[in-house]
Design a binder for this molecule. Sequence first.
Ligand code: FMN
Length: 170
Amino acid sequence: MSTRVLVAFATGYGSTQEVAEAVAAALRESGVEVDLRLAREVRVLADYRAVILGAPLVMHHLHKDVLGLLSRHRKALVQLPVAVFALGPVHDPHDEQEWQDSRDQLDKELAKLPWFKPVAVEVFGGRFDPALLRFPLNKLAGPAPASDIRDWDAIRAWAGDLSTLLACSG
Ligand SMILES: Cc1cc2nc3c(=O)[nH]c(=O)nc-3n(C[C@H](O)[C@H](O)[C@H](O)COP(=O)(O)O)c2cc1C
């Protein structure tokens, strides 16, 4: 039986990749064998006993590369424990409305996949840097300030809880 866990992520501007790396590192510290892959490069899931998917919310949707993975690997994912995290809020860590909006967007995306029953779903704060935006978004964003509200303690704590959860479902 496979012992490895896959952390597969999508990213537009790199911040979700860094969170996926932190999740993978925390799992490894708990003794879990982890592969870290870009979602669009994942070919087979047969070697894994669990999967963690990470993606940013973009224009109210999960990043297309994670939606693509979910669609391509539906048959395998139905059989595995899967956890999901999304990056969304970028302004004020205490703005409850922004967090609720991101959570609602994520829930709405997952509700479109009734077959998909993740064992854990989490929203993390993200990073926004107008200087990184590509055309035409750089023109549309206007003079917005850069921010990074990723909470590394919360990310590590979630990954730690996950290692327990995945051990139970493995
Ligand atoms: C063009 C753009 C659109 C975004 N749309 C949303 C959104 O609809 N909902 C949300 O919660 N966050 C949204 N965000 C915030 C991102 O999820 C956040 O910046 C995240 O950290 C980006 O991840 P990445 O660096 O891996 O691409 C958006 C960010 C950008 C740049």
